[in-house]
Design a protein around this ligand. Structure first.
Ligand code: AMP
Length: 274
C-alpha cells in the first residue's frame, strides 16, 4: 500500500493504478462502517484509493473541526489490512492550494432541507470537495455510506446533473450489535449518553415495524420511542421517498432522524416499506 501525502505524490501513484478505480473518501477515525466501504471497493473495483481528509469547508464555525477525532496511524493500518492500494492524506493546503474555494457546487433545494436546515453550508462543502476528488483522482466509482443518506442522494444527483462520469455506489449502514450506527462522533459520547443514543436506532426500527400500517403509523411508532427518552433532543424525524422527495403512500421509503445527545449531534436512517 502506498501513502501519498502531497498532491504531487497523489498524481504520481494514481497514474500507476489499473482501472477501474474505486474511491473511498473519508475523514479518518476509521471504524467498521468505513471498512465496509473499502471492502465493497475491493470487491467491485480493480484498484482502491482511500482519502483521509477532514474537510474544513463542510464544518460551520460553531462545529467540531478542531476536536474532530484523528487516528492516522490506526487508519493506515486498517486500510493496509483491507487491501487498499493507495491512501491519500492531504493537508488543507494540498486540497485548497489557492486558499478557500471561491467557486462552489450548489446542492440545490434538497441541500436546504433535513440536515441543511441546521447546517446550511454543509453540503456545498461536501459536494465541492468530492467534485475536486473526482477531478483529481478520476475514479470509475465512488463508494459512500447510507449512514449519510442525504449526502449519498446529493452526490448521486451531482454526478448526474454535472455529468461527472463517476458512478456513486451506496453501502448499507454498519451498526453495533445493539443497533447504534457506527460514527466517528460516537467517540464523544459518555457511557450514559451512549445508552440514550440507542433511542435513535430503536425509534427507526419501531417505525419500520409499524410501516405496514402506513406513513402516519410509521412516524408515530418512531416518535413514541423518542418521546420516552428525555436525554435525546430531537432535531427532525422525517419520512421521505428514497430520493428524499415527499413520502409516498405505498412502497419503499426512508425514515430519517437527527438529534442531539448531550453536545453530540447524531444522524441515522432506515429503509421502510409502507
Ligand atoms: P466520514 O469519515 O464520517 O466522512 O464518513 C466517510 C464515509 O463513510 C461516508 O460515505 C459515510 O457515509 C461512511 N460511513 C460512516 N459511518 C458509516 C456506517 N456506520 N456505515 C456505513 N457507512 C458509513
Amino acid at each position: 500500500m502506498k501513502v501519498a501525502r502531497t498532491r504531487a505524490e497523489l498524481i504520481e501513484v494514481r497514474d500507476a493504478l489499473d482501472g477501474p478505480l474505486g474511491l473511498v473518501p473519508t475523514m479518518g477515525a476509521l471504524h467498521a462502517g468505513h471498512a465496509a466501504l473499502i471492502e465493497s471497493a475491493r470487491r467491485f473495483s480493480e484498484s482502491v484509493l482511500v482519502t483521509i481528509f477532514v474537510n474544513p469547508m463542510q464544518f460551520a464555525p460553531t462545529e467540531d473541526l478542531a476536536t474532530y477525532p484523528r487516528t492516522l496511524e490506526d487508519d493506515l493500518a486498517m486500510c493496509e489490512r483491507l487491501g487498499a492500494d493507495v491512501v491519500w492524506t492531504p493537508s488543507v493546503e494540498n486540497v485548497y492550494p489557492g486558499g478557500a474555494a471561491q467557486v462552489h457546487v450548489d446542492p440545490g433545494p434538497l441541500g436546504r432541507e433535513l440536515e441543511g436546515v441546521t447546517r446550511p453550508t454543509h453540503f456545498a462543502g461536501v459536494l465541492t470537495v468530492v467534485a475536486k476528488f473526482f477531478a483529481l483522482i478520476r475514479p470509475a466509482v465512488g463508494y459512500f455510506g447510507e449512514k449519510d443518506y442525504q449526502q449519498l442522494v446529493l452526490l448521486r444527483r451531482m454526478a448526474a446533473d454535472l455529468d461527472l462520469g463517476v458512478a456513486v455506489a451506496g453501502v448499507p449502514i454498519v451498526r453495533e450489535p445493539d443497533g447504534l450506527a457506527l460514527s466517528s462522533r460516537n467517540a464523544y459520547l459518555s457511557p450514559d449518553e451512549r445508552t440514550q443514543a440507542l433511542a435513535l436506532s430503536r425509534a427507526l426500527f419501531a417505525g419500520r415495524d409499524a410501516a405496514g400500517g402506513g406513513a402516519e403509523a410509521a412516524v408515530r411508532g418512531a416518535q413514541d420511542v423518542l418521546a420516552a427518552e428525555p436525554g435525546v433532543c430531537l432535531d427532525y424525524l422525517e419520512l421521505r421517498d428514497p430520493d428524499l422527495g415527499p413520502a409516498p403512500q405505498h412502497g419503499p421509503a426512508r425514515l430519517l432522524v437527527a438529534a442531539r445527545v448531550g453536545r453530540t449531534r447524531l444522524i441515522d436512517n432506515v429503509e421502510v416499506t409502507l
